[in-house]
Write a protein that binds this ligand. Structure first.
Ligand code: AGP
Length: 568
């Protein structure tokens, strides 16, 4: 949530900052702004709305300079207005900063230090506090202020008395520094400067940096420190050929599966970590939580109790951890605050399954399995979900000493995606205000994920219900304005599912079947039951995307959401 970008070098900062913000826009798109050190002082331009709005505004602005900071916002405190957009300053404009995170005690600090503010944001008080600190040195001022802050922050700051420098501070929210021969980049996500740098640094909690041309100094609370650089992993060049990222990302699924399967070879030692475990908790949010529901099914053969929990609930519940309890945390981004907060309470074995190397969850957990889905930027998670299911399947095979059979899956998913044409169906779905997804067993989990996908980008009211449970209450919602999408991939359940369809239609509801048998409305190919969930979600992702586009929305940037949910 919120993306920070910064540049120090010899080039014009403006286009680089805009490019950086465009790369980070998946983290929030309520407003955007930049601040550049020019020879006439620090100039700030900000706009409500997407980076596109800022870009338009900057066409008319002459702000030349080679040191700058930028921000794309997901609003937490205050409306997504130009006023509340970052960068923020103190009253005298001696401190200009961008912030990702939340300052929980900002009102207390505002009152305690009698700060005058102009915006509704929690960030503005940080600038105000730094400006009134008595220390002479800017780094010391910053260190004194962060001691007062409760919450999370990644900060990039320009001081008017040191306009050639950018200062950084970090706690909980991610912050990376990339270095090439002549340029230094700052970003919430290293992917945003990957094009320019091969090496980068990752700031840890309570670390600081002072950056000026060709020079980066790192500090902890007490002293200057040396930090090691990180290299980007070799990544597969995923194809982009559609208008929207979500379309590309769904189409990239077969390659993502293949890359993930190959890369899994590096994690085979994890087998030892499963020795003697007494129970497993699978914890995540949203789509990643749905993959945990499948994870439980894949790992059930271990004959130990397995619990699946939504991270924001797990945090507040009681659990019996022993040294042999294993908690598995699944997160595409590796930065989801709710999930990371859970890791901290687990005094036991912890394993992260994530798509992002060096993300916060990889540092928080004792072990990590990386997927190789490639950069996922559309807010609705698609290819990463498929890879999460694949990881659980591969784990099952590894622990059971079975040979995974994924060649067919990869071939079939490619052929299937190429042959899918859901445009007519999407037109029909787009006319409904209520859509219910139902299924039994694995298909119920797919129904949950299908419902989440459609609702988050089309704003249609979607729910999921186990087919057999309909008649125990939810059937009361069914009328001629309700569309039910019934998922049916289990041979032994077809007749029961057909009966459910009749019950729905008898109440005036419309029912479409997604299944792997002759009369299904959306046909799935035959595949082993183990791998079917990786395939059966594909048409629901494509359908959601098509409905969204038909309704005139942008699937990559649904309202109110952010790809990386870094606040609890
Ligand atoms: C998926 O389509 C959602 N946008 C969302 O539920 C997401 O899966 C959730 O926020 C968890 O994110 P993570 O995998 O990065 O932790």
């Amino acid at each position: 949530m919120c993306g920070i970008f910064g540049y120090v070098g010899k080039k014009e900062a403006k286009p680089l900052l805009i490019e950086g913000l465009e790369n980070l826009e998946y983290r929030g798109y309520d407003s955007a702004g930049i601040a550049i050190s020019t020879n006439k002082g620090i100039k700030i331009v900000k706009r409500a709305g997407k980076v596109e709005e800022l870009k338009k505004a900057l066409k008319e602005e002459n702000i030349d300079g080679s040191v700058g900071i930028a921000h794309t916002r997901w609003a937490t405190h205050g409306l997504p207005s130009e006023l509340n957009a970052h960068p923020h300053t103190d009253v005298l404009k001696s401190v200009t900063l961008v912030h990702n995170g939340i300052i929980e005690n900002y009102l207390e600090l505002k009152n305690e230090f009698n700060l005058k503010t102009q915006t509704e944001s929690d960030t503005e008080i940080i600038a105000g506090l730094i400006a009134i600190m008595p220390e002479k040195n800017n780094l010391e001022k910053l260190k004194s202020v962060v001691k007062l802050l409760k919450g999370s922050y990644a900060l990039a700051i320009i001081f008017s008395n040191e306009p050639e420098c950018i200062y950084l501070a970090k706690k909980e929210s991610p912050l990376m520094v990339g270095k090439s021969e002549d340029d230094i980049f700052i970003s919430s996500d290293a992917n945003a400067f990957k094009k320019y740098c091969s090496d980068f640094y990752i700031l840890k909690n309570n670390e600081f940096a002072k950056i000026k041309y060709n020079n980066i100094e790192f500090f902890n609370k007490n002293k200057k420190i040396n930090k090691k650089t990180n290299k980007f992993l070799n990544t597969f060049a995923f194809e982009n050929k559609n208008k929207y990222l979500m379309q590309d990302e769904i189409a990239q699924t077969p390659d993502a599966l293949k890359e993930t399967a190959i890369f899994f070879e590096n994690f085979k030692d994890i087998k030892n970590y499963f020795k003697n475990i007494d129970k497993i908790y699978l914890v995540a949010c949203g789509t990643a939580y749905h993959s945990c529901l499948f994870g439980k099914k894949y790992l059930e053969f271990l004959n130990v109790p397995i619990f699946t929990e939504i991270a924001s609930e797990f945090k507040y519940s009681k659990h019996l951890f022993t040294k042999n309890t294993l908690c598995i945390f699944v997160s595409q981004s590796g930065e989801t605050a709710d999930t990371i907060a859970c890791v901290k309470k687990c005094k036991c074995k912890t394993l992260a399954i994530t798509n992002v190397p060096n993300s916060s969850i990889t540092f928080a957990c004792k072990k990590t399995i990386l997927m190789k889905a490639g950069w996922e930027r559309a807010v609705a998670s698609t290819k990463a979900y498929s890879c999460q299911l694949l990881i659980f399947y591969l784990l099952k095979c590894l622990l059971k000493d079975e040979k995974p059979k994924i060649k067919t899956l990869i071939r079939q998913s490619k052929q299937y995606l190429n042959s899918l044409n859901l445009t007519q169906l999407a037109k029909k779905v787009a006319t409904f205000e209520k859509v219910m997804f139902i299924g039994r067993q694995d298909d119920y989990i797919t129904a949950k994920e299908g419902a989440l996908k459609l609702k988050e980008i089309s704003y249609i009211n979607c729910t999921a219900c186990p087919s057999g449970e309909l008649k125990h209450g939810t059937l009361a919602l069914v009328d001629e304005n309700t569309l039910i999408i019934l998922i049916s991939t289990k041979n032994n359940l077809i007749s029961k599912n057909l009966l459910t369809k009749e019950e729905i239609e008898a109440r005036g509801g419309k029912c479409l079947i997604l299944g792997n048998f002759e009369n299904a409305d959306i046909k799935l190919p035959k595949l082993s039951a183990d791998l079917m969930p990786i395939l059966s979600i594909l048409p629901l992702q494509v359908l959601a995307c098509e409905v969204c586009i038909l309704k005139g929305y942008n699937p990559d940037k649904p309202r109110n959401l952010s790809k990386s949910v870094t606040v609890e």
